[in-house]
Design a protein around this ligand. Sequence first.
Ligand code: ZN
Length: 224
Amino acid sequence: MNILIFGPPGSGKSTHSRRIIEKYNLEYIASGDIIRAEINKGNALGREMKKYIEKGDLLPDTVINTLVLSRLRRKRENFIIDGYPRTAEQVLALENFLYDHGIRIKLAIDIFISKEESITRISGRRICRQCGAVYHIKYNPPKVPGKCDICGGEVVQREDDTPEIVSRRYDIYINNVEPIIKFYKGQGVYVQINGHGGIEEVWERIRPLLDYIWNREKKREEFE
Ligand code: ZN
C-alpha cells in the first residue's frame, strides 16, 4: 500500500498520516520533517534551505527530489508520503523513480481546506520539538500545556507558522497543485477529501477509503 497525501497548510495531512501509518504499519515519509532535519544539521545546504522556508517558498525541485527519493531508496514499499510531490517537476521525478523500481501509488489523498481555515488552523498549531506530534491550542491541545502527550517533549510554535507566511504558502500550494491532481486523476488513484470539520469527522471520510484499498490489495495478492 503506497499512498500520497497532500493538501494546503493546516489541512491535517500529517495528523491523518500518523493515524494511517499506525493502522496499516506503513513507513511515514514527511517532506517537512526531512527538510527540518536537514536544516538542523546546520551545514551550508541547511542554511540555504532555511531561507526558503522562512519566506514560505518551495525548495528548488532538485534539492527536494534528492532528499525525498534518497529516503525512498531505503524503504521501497508500504509508505505514505506527506507533502511531496508539490510541483509538476517533482511528480515527474517521483514517478520516474517509482517506475524504475516497479512501484505504483495506490491512493493519492488530497485534503482540501479554504484559505481562511488554513490560516486559522496554522496560527494555533503547536508541534512537539522531539517527535513531531501536532497539536492545536484550541482543537487539540496537549493534556499538559506545552508538553507532548506522546513523548513528553516540548510543544512549540514553528517560526514559519505566522498568518503572512501561511497565506503565501497557501497561494503557492494552490498555484502548483493542478498538474499533480491531473496526473493522479489520470492514474485513477486521486481522491479529494473535504478537510473542513473536526479531526474525527475528517478521519471518517478517509478511513473507509483506506479500508477499501487495503482489502482490494489483499485480495489482489491472494489472487496472484
Ligand atoms: Zn513528542
